[in-house]
Design a protein around this ligand. Structure first.
Ligand code: SAM
Length: 477
């Protein structure tokens, strides 16, 4: 049996693409491995949003040089945004690479690997499927007991933010039909998925593929249809929304639909109108703050998180102060912040990169200081309160705990007796303390008491009362 190893870099879009790649390879009889020396195929699913991602890829590929030289039939593949950005040039730039494949060409991976295995030269395929968009369906996990799944609703980006390489690496916007999206969510729920995250580069610009973009976003309608037609779905998230498509209808959906979280990750990028204009974000500080206020009013204790770029070309201390004040005013409970990184093919290249590196670092630090204080205050305010947590798996650092997310999206560590598999279960817990970025909590109701495996009596000896005790009282859906 052939084996593959996948390393994934970057955003949720890439995590989702890697799962589709796994499905394509499994259909060809490949099995996953964590051991490079057992792998017949090593694939790097890359990101190119910031320059650091370039370096990460080169050093990741480099670690397998000795193995590749020793194992001549090992196939090395670069997929994802960097593959799309560089195309064939990557084959020359990194001599170890056999196949370069773009995000729209995943289904063609077996064909390209077969070509190389048959002795063909290294090959690149990076063609956008603009005319006949294909969306690789997620096949419901059967053996992984996944509680959470991603579902793509659109791909590509028609925004023209001057700092961003995404329109170049992911192409123009293409949309999936609502019926296909709903059918996929329905299948995932039948396989035990409780939480779905709708994915798209500007997820909330979604409309049916046959509808005109002039009619505006129909994302709120999509979300309402999912809630109505898939009632077994416990949680519905989406990422990444663009603030200019955060319509009143979508805000109202957050107020009305329990399946939507009382939380949105809404990238603002800057708090200064001058910088927002130069970024071509197409909203002003005031527009953003008004939408944030409406969202916070939609549901009790609604929270917001965001993305921010510091050191965009021409950013002054005054601009940066505006960003700090917006972070306070919007009350973000979590901030992902990045130093501006000039990217090929982006309009901002013409603006230069005039904020010195040390100043970018200093601003980043000051921003994190404010953001961390807000996050700490938020988490502390939750201590003592009851939360509903979707348990995802055992904690990596403490096997006596399972980790999950609250309905709003806080990370919560819950003490769960060893041997009790509560993956994919929704449980009520009470937060007992707060770490820097997460909460610790205890179950509100007693855990189901499962006897040790070897203590199970023969089936015919099980009394009705005993069967009763085996039911899981904490499962709320
Ligand atoms: N859809 C999102 C939006 O509304 O902008 C973009 C998501 S992008 C994958 C993640 C984040 O990377 C962006 O929100 C932005 O903060 C950051 N980013 C994008 N291009 C960047 C650049 N050239 N330099 C630094 N950070 C960048």
């Amino acid at each position: 049996m052939r084996r593959y190893l996948i390393q994934t870099f970057g955003c949720q879009m890439n995590v989702h693409d890697s799962l589709r790649i796994e499905e394509v390879l499994s259909a060809q009889g490949y099995a996953a491995t964590d051991a490079p020396e057992l792998a017949d195929l090593i694939l790097f699913n890359t990101c190119s949003i910031r320059e650091k991602a370039d370096h990460k890829l080169r050093s990741a590929v480099g670690t397998f040089r000795e193995l590749k030289e020793r194992k001549r039939d090992l196939v090395m593949v670069v997929a994802g945004c960097m593959a799309q950005q560089r195309g064939e040039a990557l084959l020359d730039e990194i001599d170890l690479v056999d196949v370069v494949i773009g995000p729209d060409n995943i289904a063609e991976l077996p064909e390209l690997v077969g070509h190389v295995r048959a002795g063909g030269p290294p090959v690149a395929r990076t063609v956008f499927d603009l005319d006949a968009p294909s969306f690789l369906q997620a096949h419901a996990p059967t053996d992984r007991h996944e509680a959470c799944a991603y579902v793509t609703v659109m791909k590509g980006c028609d925004e023209r933010c001057t700092f961003c390489i995404v329109p170049y690496t992911r192409g123009a916007e293409r949309y999936r039909t609502s019926s296909e999206i709903i059918a996929e969510i329905d299948r995932l729920c039948d396989a035990g998925v409780k939480e779905v995250t709708l994915l798209g580069q500007t997820v909330n610009s979604w409309h049916e593929p046959h509808e005109s973009a002039e009619g505006g976003s129909r994302f709120a309608w999509l979300v309402e249809r999912i809630a109505r037609e898939v009632p077994k779905l416990a949680r519905l998230r989406y990422t990444s929304p663009h603030p200019r498509h955060m319509t009143d209808a979508l805000i109202a959906a957050h107020a009305e639909l329990a399946v939507l979280p009382a939380h949105v990750h809404l990238p603002v990028q800057s708090g200064s109108d001058r910088v927002l204009r130069r970024m071509l974000r197409r909203y002003r500080r005031q527009d953003f703050l008004e939408r944030a206020a409406k969202l916070r009013a939609a549901r009790p204790s609604f929270t917001l998180s965001t993305d921010i770029i510091v050191g965009f070309p021409g950013e002054t201390e005054e601009d940066f102060q505006q960003t700090l004040s917006l972070v306070r005013e919007a009350g973000f409970v979590s901030v992902f912040a990045f130093k501006y990184s000039p990217r090929p093919h982006t309009p901002a290249l013409r603006l230069g990169d005039d904020v010195p590196e040390e100043l970018k670092s200093e601003r980043l630090e000051r921003l994190f200081e404010v953001a961390d204080a807000q996050q700490a205050a938020h988490l502390q305010s939750l201590v003592g309160s009851e939360l509903e947590v979707l348990l995802e798996g055992r904690s990596k650092t403490d096997p006596a705990r399972m980790t999950g997310r609250s309905q709003r999206h806080e990370i919560v560590h819950v003490a769960v007796p060893p041997g009790l598999d509560m993956r994919g279960k929704l449980v009520k817990v009470r937060a007992s303390s707060a770490y820097k970025r997460s909460l610790v909590a205890e179950a509100v109701e007693p855990w189901p008491r499962l006897p040790p495996v070897d203590a199970f009596p023969p089936v015919e000896a099980v009394q009705p009362a005993r069967k009763q005790a085996l039911r899981l009282p904490l499962v709320s859906s």
